[in-house]
Design a binder for this molecule. Structure first.
Ligand SMILES: C[S@@+](CC[C@H](N)C(=O)[O-])C[C@H]1O[C@@H](n2cnc3c(N)ncnc32)[C@H](O)[C@@H]1O
Length: 442
């Protein structure tokens, strides 16, 4: 017998009391029947009308948008961006929260994940519970920061440009993105007509005048001429293989951080807040306190940000091994670190390359994995290398908390945790955890 299809609840409204914020930035609520709702654009303590955007009867949970606020939180503000809100731009999801409240809520999410997945209180994690701005970010509270040094715009078939709506391919047509850095705006949809393109990825480097635009043309469309009064690279996404190819200018931009210049190719990772790289390097180095002559690993090393910072502090007798899966990022890392004799970069996945290196002992480890985290197997391997300190840089607090639990099983404790707001107006948060071995007999 075929099971009856479940009835979709999309478009149905529920009047609900909004509970705490959850991982992912949505708040938790329940329908009168007890079904869990993850409500976007809501704040804890509010009473709202939540309109279901995903889910059916009997589903474990539903997703919804707060389409009307019946009782507002004192943390609520009118979103400064005219394109934010239910069903609109999918970029910033916390425009409706005061800047101070955004940080507090990020802290609540980190604390909840630590408790639930690692059994740690903030005190046990050596964290004072605060969420810090990026180093040197002195913007007055309330002012919308134009921070994003990389924005991927979308263009519809009629040539209207904007940003994608939340979990949708539809384009929210906009004339300006408030959080785009000025260098991005002078290149992006604010500056020219992008008809014929499907997407336009605009990058403005920090510490150099370099600009890059990665264009994905619609079938048969010609690329527009892109001119700027500073070095601009034009790249093209290949329709057939999805590869990124150079059309004009250099195939990279130069980013400055920790006193060095880093070449970052079109597909390579670089932090999108202009002060993020320096902030993270400082937090990692303050936590690790590298000593001359030590041996260190930089895992998920990208173009070599932490490997370079480590090599610089470890001196001529120190050594660093970086591992990164992206082929072009590895080429960039090798270029960026060419001045250091005792730095080696291996290409491949950490989980397969690390065991093959035959390394059985290191002094220091930095790991900065993608959102999924490192996972049990890699953490078990790392915990067996006897490092005196480990710095775990994380963009997903849930993956971090889970992996901290694995590190605890491997004999490591969290010495300090620092939490940074490197993504204002969104729910995203960045953490740096410093671990050390639990003293024998403790
Ligand atoms: C969050 S970025 C960090 C990059 C670098 N640490 C930085 O701060 O600029 C994560 C990096 O890990 C790489 N990556 C993803 N999965 C990987 C894996 N399984 N093994 C090695 N590298 C991986 C990505 O290509 C990306 O460069």
């Amino acid at each position: 017998m075929q099971a009856e299809p479940k009835k979709s609840l999309v478009g149905v409204d529920f009047e609900v009391e909004v509970g705490p914020v959850a991982h992912g930035g949505h708040c938790i609520a329940r329908t009168a029947d007890g079904q869990v709702l993850f409500v976007r654009h809501a704040l804890p303590g509010e009473r709202v009308v939540a309109r279901v955007t995903e889910g059916e009867e009997g589903a474990r949970f539903l997703r919804a948008d707060a389409v009307s606020v019946l009782e507002a939180s004192k943390d609520r503000i009118e979103a400064p961006c005219p394109f934010a809100g239910p069903g609109r731009c999918g970029g910033c999801d916390w425009q409706h929260a005061k800047p101070g409240a955004q940080r507090r809520l990020k802290g609540e999410v980190v604390a909840e994940q630590l408790q639930r997945l690692a059994g740690l209180t903030p005190e046990e994690a050596g964290w004072d519970g605060t969420v810090m701005p990026a180093e040197g970010d002195k913007l007055p509270a309330g002012e919308v920061p134009a921070w994003r040094t990389r924005v991927q715009y979308a263009v519809d078939a009629d040539g209207n440009a904007g940003l994608r709506r939340h979990r949708s391919h539809e384009v929210e047509v906009i004339d300006h993105c408030m959080i785009a850095a000025p260098g991005v705006s002078e290149l992006g949809i604010e500056a020219r007509d992008w008809s014929g393109m499907a997407s336009v990825d605009a990058i403005a480097a920090t510490g150099s005048q370099d600009r890059m635009v990665i264009l994905e043309p619609r079938p048969g469309a010609r690329l527009p001429l892109v001119e700027l009064d500073k070095p601009v690279s034009v790249m093209r996404v290949d329709e057939k293989d999805g590869g990124i190819h150079r059309v004009h200018g250099r195939a990279f931009v130069r980013e400055r951080a920790d006193g060095r210049t880093h070449r970052v190719g079109s597909g390579g990772f670089w932090q999108v807040h202009p002060m993020a790289a320096d902030t993270l390097v400082k937090a990692v180095m303050q936590g690790l306190l590298p000593r001359k002559g030590e041996m260190a690993l930089d895992l998920y090393c990208g173009v070599g940000l932490f490997a370079g910072a480590l090599a610089d502090r470890l001196g001529d007798k120190g050594a660093v091994l970086g591992i990164e899966s992206g082929k072009r990022a590895v080429e960039d890392a090798r270029h960026n670190l060419a001045d250091f004799d005792r730095v080696r970069i291996e290409q491949g996945k950490v989980e397969s390359v690390l065991p093959r290196t035959g390394i059985t002992e290191v002094d220091l480890i930095v790991l900065d994995p993608p959102r999924a985290g490192a996972g049990r197997k890699t953490v078990e391997h790392l915990a067996g290398l006897g490092a005196r300190r480990i710095a775990y840089v994380a963009c997903d607090p849930a993956a971090l908390a889970r992996d901290l639990g694995y590190f605890r099983d491997g004999g490591y404790r969290v010495r300090t945790l620092r939490v940074f707001d490197l993504f204002p107006m969104t729910h995203h948060v960045e953490c740096v955890a410093i671990l050390e071995p639990v003293a024998k007999g403790a």
